[in-house]
Design a protein around this ligand. Structure first.
Ligand SMILES: Cc1ncc(COP(=O)(O)O)c(C=O)c1O
Length: 411
């Protein structure tokens, strides 16, 4: 169970605070503060722990030693354990080793980066692409490069945490508008006239709600107010839009900067920014989360490249994923769950209360179905939920089984 000391870890002082640390012990006042903070998290039902996952990624895995139906990951197209993707990682390692060995601006800009950037740019229809080591770093880097003191960032209320952190770090003014509400965006836009640059930042698919940015209505507002539009399409790439090209192509809208993720539908690790050649040049020169960190390693580059070819050759994966998501959403709704505004492969069942949500999650896990309970600050307070993320390789029976378990437990 979450937070308990596991067998074999009794001697590990980090896992078992009763182990005597002798003269090496930490500052006692600080230890007490840490324990008090953990206690406060427990009292608010906000304590989190790490689960141990084993096995090749897929629809069935082992979680905390138990075989489960996996409905909690971002390996939507079941490519993370695909033999062709693994072979892509192996070939990249055999040709370029295990590490980029430095910042991309020193020794870490590999031919493998450039080859993948070229094919990603062709795939999404962008002039240029720049690979970052994670989506978090891509958001942090792009937003802080585009906006600083004297600028304003206009941000959706449910944007990803990395965007919120980027807004703080940028020292630009930030104006938050009501989630996915074009009218409120227009209201906020009207108050941003005095700033040097206006940057609108949206998620393509909202990661805890599974709804899609209303780009068709928002893009004209942004253009009329001379905003730069940044779309974080971490969850849309590979799945939504013609050929899986993402939310902007689904909505028929051109954005200035599209950020995509290699660690979700593509089953690998890392992220990229699709933009103009000139902006790519500026990012290479100015973006601290690119300059002051190691380049992405060969294995994830090779894996993502293999996965990119597969998603183009096998459109059935994304189509089947969307079918399974629809079945899941309909089943949960029939069972009385509130699936919010979800229309995609991310399907929440909104419960509200933290304790009830986590109890539902743990009881389902004990019965062999893993969909994660999500609480504040990942979602607003009072909207805790079970977040289901099906995969294209789940069968209709798998989905039916998950719905049955949750509807029995939810009763
Ligand atoms: C919308 C969104 N943006 C960015 C990220 C961060 O991506 P990464 O895990 O590659 O850091 C996530 C990850 O969950 C996400 O959901």
């Amino acid at each position: 169970m979450c937070g308990d000391v596991k067998a074999g870890e009794e001697e590990n002082p980090l896992r078992n605070p009763t182990v005597n640390l002798g003269s090496q012990s930490h500052c006692p006042a600080f230890q007490a503060e840490v324990e008090a903070e953990l206690g406060a998290l427990r009292s608010a039902e906000l304590y989190r722990c790490l689960r141990t996952v084993e096995g090749l990624p897929g629809p069935r895995m082992r979680v905390d030693g138990q075989d489960v139906l996996m409905l909690a990951g971002a390996n939507y197209l079941d490519l993370a354990g695909d033999p062709r993707v693994i072979a892509g990682a192996q070939q990249a390692m055999e040709s370029a080793g295990c590490a980029a060995g430095g910042s991309r601006l020193i020794t870490g800009n590999l031919a493998l980066h450039e080859a993948l950037e070229h094919d990603l740019a062709t795939f999404v229809g962008a002039e240029a692409v720049l690979i970052f080591s994670t989506g978090y770093m891509a958001n942090l880097g792009v937003i802080t490069t585009l906006a600083g003191p004297g600028d304003v960032i206009i941000s959706d209320a449910l944007n990803h945490a990395s965007i919120i952190d980027a807004c703080h770090l940028s020292r630009a003014s930030t104006r938050v508008f009501r989630h996915n509400d074009p009218e409120d965006l227009a209201r906020v836009a009207a108050s941003c006239g005095g700033f040097r640059r206006r940057v609108l930042v949206l998620d393509g698919v909202y990661s805890m709600d599974g709804d899609v940015a209303r780009l068709r209505e928002m893009a004209p507002i942004a253009r009329a107010s001379n905003m730069v539009v940044v779309l974080d399409d971490a969850h849309g790439l590979g799945i939504l839009g013609p050929g899986g090209r993402g939310v902007a192509s689904q909505e028929g809208v051109v954005v200035d900067i599209q950020i995509g993720n290699l660690g979700k539908a593509l089953g690998s690790f890392g992220a990229y920014v699709a933009c103009s050649h000139t902006l790519r040049e500026l990012l290479i020169n100015r973006t601290r989360s690119l300059i002051f960190t190691c380049g992405l390693a060969p294995a994830p580059l090779g894996a993502a490249h293999a996965a990119l070819r597969i998603i183009q050759d096998e459109p059935w994966r994304r189509l089947r994923l969307l079918e399974r998501a629809e079945q899941l959403r309909a089943g949960l709704k029939t069972a009385g769950f509130d699936t919010g505004a979800s229309t995609t492969h991310i399907v929440p069942a909104i419960v509200g209360d933290n304790r009830a949500t986590m109890s539902l999650c743990e009881r389902a896990l004990a019965l062999g179905v893993h969909a994660q309970g999500i609480r504040y600050p990942s979602v607003p307070e009072g909207t805790a939920r079970i977040r289901f993320t099906p995969m294209c390789s789940h069968s209709p029976d798998d989905i039916q089984h998950a719905v049955k378990i949750f509807s029995e437990l939810g009763r």
